[in-house]
Design a protein around this ligand. Structure first.
Ligand SMILES: [Zn+2]
Length: 479
């Protein structure tokens, strides 16, 4: 079965064919650390984490690189507000971001987090190539890209050239075209700067300043992957101008087209159905959400929405994600606790067939442009079947039990869920008795008394209860 993926460049679903054998080079636009990362970042990095995990599961040797933009206007401005050095501010938020990524289980799959300022020489040589080939021009201490020279400029965005002017454009006297963008910016007073030498009209000229934003990605990827690689990912708002400019730089400088085979873009995140914005007060950081609901709830919520679609975040939705996650742990724990038999009965064999079918269908969903909502619903249904099996059988064959558990866990972990072995924890008998008493109280409508038992379970045993559509689920949450 081939893997099909939607390519923004061709606006169609295509079969994945790596540049080299079964090796895949993947680059995803990373963070500009000047503040804590928010739910929009969580979606992008969790979605690409799932994509990478799935491709590795399918046997591809993936090299996954995510850059860190460690010099940028936002970093400089925020550092100035706080009266500290830009590098100090950047390292502070970079460290916090790495902790967030680790907590989300989204850092572990990344092979390399290169910082842009470690690639100044690669940027210099790329800018030199663009000057030599007539795609770049000097404007005092700046160097600009002449967009009119690159005829494929709108192929990724699909925009008409007249539309470009409506978008955020760097204002600067003397540019040849309004949408020309900076490859190198001359240093302003008090800003961090680097010194490079460029040869222009046969003369060496010194430039003191810093790189433009777009050149860092193509400098890094050329250094790390070469002039062509497989997949470039990022949030959809980067299609123009950022990714369009990357194509203009790399294809003009190195002449290999397309420099990226497949462009994948993730949808934005809305908070309570509105665009996330600090001024509207609906800005949610990763660390707040992870502290409140746990990392797996975030992963569940992300998997519920297709990577390419807009995702809505509300308290009700993340709570629901946590409940479904708790249900899965609790159903698995009941199945895990089943008595094992050596012999395999007819029902065991039937269960084995059901699991084998689930493995195929989960794979079909993921191979079809990483359809996580469908894959997740198949996972939930399979775990539901295991729960029913445990409720209707006194034992299960040891081999079918091991096969079912390993299949479910292996596939769930490509989504970044069911990563802990909490399903192995069995509930103390006394706690089990409290759960049963509470269920009875709830049936009788004695909710206050039921709530008191719930608090007692949490305090004495560290057990949290969630009332789900499938009945009450429990998990170890700590005191
Ligand atoms: Zn980028």
């Amino acid at each position: 079965m081939p893997i099909m993926l939607y390519n923004t460049l061709t606006r169609s679903k295509e079969e994945l064919k790596p540049v080299n054998d079964n090796a895949l080079n993947i680059f995803v636009c990373g963070l500009t650390p000047y503040d804590d990362a928010h739910m929009g970042h969580a979606k992008t990095f969790v979605d690409f984490d799932v994509i990478v995990r799935w491709l590795r599961h399918r046997g591809y040797k993936v090299r996954y690189v995510q850059n860190i933009t460690d010099i940028e206007d936002k970093i400089i401005n925020r550092a100035r507000e706080r009266g500290i050095e830009p590098v100090e501010l950047e390292r502070h938020y970079e460290k916090r971001f790495m902790d967030d990524m680790e907590a989300l289980w989204a850092r572990q799959a990344v092979d390399l987090f290169p910082r842009s300022t470690d690639y100044i020489e690669a940027m210099r040589s790329q800018i030199q190539l663009l000057l030599d080939k007539g795609y770049a021009y000097q404007l005092e201490q700046d160097v600009y890209y002449d967009v009119s020279k690159f005829k494929d400029y709108t192929k990724l965005s699909g925009m008409r050239i007249e539309e470009l002017e409506k978008h955020r454009i760097e204002l600067r006297q003397g540019k040849r075209n309004p949408y020309d963008f900076a490859l190198w910016k001359g240093a302003k007073e008090g800003e961090p700067s680097w010194k490079i030498t460029l040869r222009i009209d046969g003369r060496d000229t010194e430039f003191v300043g810093r790189p433009g934003w777009h050149i860092e990605d193509t400098a890094m990827t050329h250094e790390i992957f070469g002039p062509q690689y497989d997949i470039h990912g990022g949030a959809s708002e980067l299609i123009f101008p950022h990714h369009s400019n990357e194509i203009a730089q790399a294809e003009a400088a190195f002449g290999v087209k397309p420099f990226v085979r497949y462009w994948l873009h993730t949808g934005i995140v809305n908070i309570n159905n509105a665009k996330m914005s600090k001024s509207l007060g609906n800005f949610v950081t990763i660390r707040e959400v992870v502290a409140r609901y746990g990392a797996e709830a975030v992963r569940m919520l992300c998997a519920t929405t297709h990577y390419s679609k807009e995702m809505n975040y509300t308290d009700a939705l993340i709570l629901d994600a946590r409940k479904r996650n708790a249900y899965m742990y609790s159903a698995l724990s009941i199945f895990y606790g089943m008595r094992e038999a050596e012999a395999e009965g007819a029902d065991d064999a039937a269960l084995r067939t059901r699991v084998a079918l689930f493995v195929v269908q989960f794979g079909e969903a993921m191979d079809d442009n990483f359809n996580t909502p469908l894959a997740l619903s198949r996972l939930m249904a399979m775990i539901g079947e295991l729960r029913v099996f445990a409720g209707t059988h006194s034992q299960v064959s040891a081999s079918v039990k091991a096969y079912a558990l390993s299949s479910v866990l292996e596939l769930a972990q490509t989504l970044g869920i069911l990563t802990s072995d909490a399903y192995k924890h069995t509930m103390p008998a006394e706690a089990g008795e409290l759960v049963r008493r509470r269920e009875a109280l709830r049936k009788d409508g004695r909710f206050n008394e039921a709530d008191a038992l719930r608090s007692e379970l949490r305090k004495r045993f560290g057990i949290a209860l969630e009332d789900t559509e499938y009945g009450s689920a429990w998990y170890f949450a700590g005191a």
